[in-house]
Design a protein around this ligand. Sequence first.
Ligand code: DAH
Length: 349
Amino acid sequence: MADTYDLTSLRDRLDRVASLDASALEAEEIAVLGRKQGELNARLKALGSIPIEQRREAGASLNTLKGEFEAAFAARREVLRAASRDAARSAIDPTMPGRAAWVGSRHPVTEVIDEIVEIFRSLGFTVALGPEVENEELNFHALNFPPDHPAMDMHDTLYLDQGRDAPAERLLLRTHTSPVQIRVMRGGPPPYRVVIPGMVYRNDPFDPSHAPAFSQIEGLAVDRGITFVDLKATLTHFARRFLGADTRVRFRPSFFPFTEPSAEMDVGCLLCGGEGCSACKGTGWMEILGCGMVHEQVLKGCDLDPEEWTGWAFGMGPQRIAMLRYGVPDIRLLYSGDMRFLSQFGRLA
Ligand code: DAH
């Protein structure tokens, strides 16, 4: 029978408190100090059954022991808490360099489009937009393409429903932004000065210089008394604003069904400055756009009298221009989303 005033076993337990882990500590605290089942209370209650002359001293010892247990539990709890704090801290290495977050920048093609549009806006042009799902009438016929033009072949054009009889009902993905010229001219009276950015589609697989979807920027200026001089002056001004004041330009005769006369504008090679390099195939020149005077047939088809109204138009490809400007060898890089490529164009949005 545990002797009420032999405190040896309790003293042993007191000594062991300092080595208990967290859950054993909790259990031991209840076992020793618990109000109902606790060892100390049981001993205090049992004091009544020991000889009166020993009772006083035993009671004092038990109370002292109780205080010592309380202190020992509190001290052990604190040690365990500090240890677990240290463990958590050592899982973090404050000397490691921080991880740099990606900083977004605008896509080089977006940059080119916005710069070009902005230059024309500063000249009084407004932005016009048209649908990417267009009909054959506006994409081809109203632009004076002859009915058997090879561009209308399924090999080049992505038709959505070729079965219909009327060209105006045959839907396709527009192959250029030129049909928006027709929409503008049929949409209200001249004068017009518009730039038309947008996506166009062709039945081409991806290769280094082709993409099945790409963007264009179209331009159209129609007014009384507009001549080829306006075309050359405006596009030359544009090239020098966009590429630098000393940019050389030249116009070469060309052909488009919807312009007469037609031309292509070249600029001095952006990479070699005209010396001749692989990018300009040794010529020192790069073609950056097609242009011309709006064809009489096109004006007439929009109910505009060619005796009263004349105009000029242009079309260019922002992906192509971005490739020339930045020396990008493969158009697919512009579609890749590859951060190793894109992060070189670091301008912030
Ligand atoms: N639509 C032509 C194309 O996709 C580009 C073009 C050339 C547009 C001359 C024009 C222009 O407005 O005048 O190849």
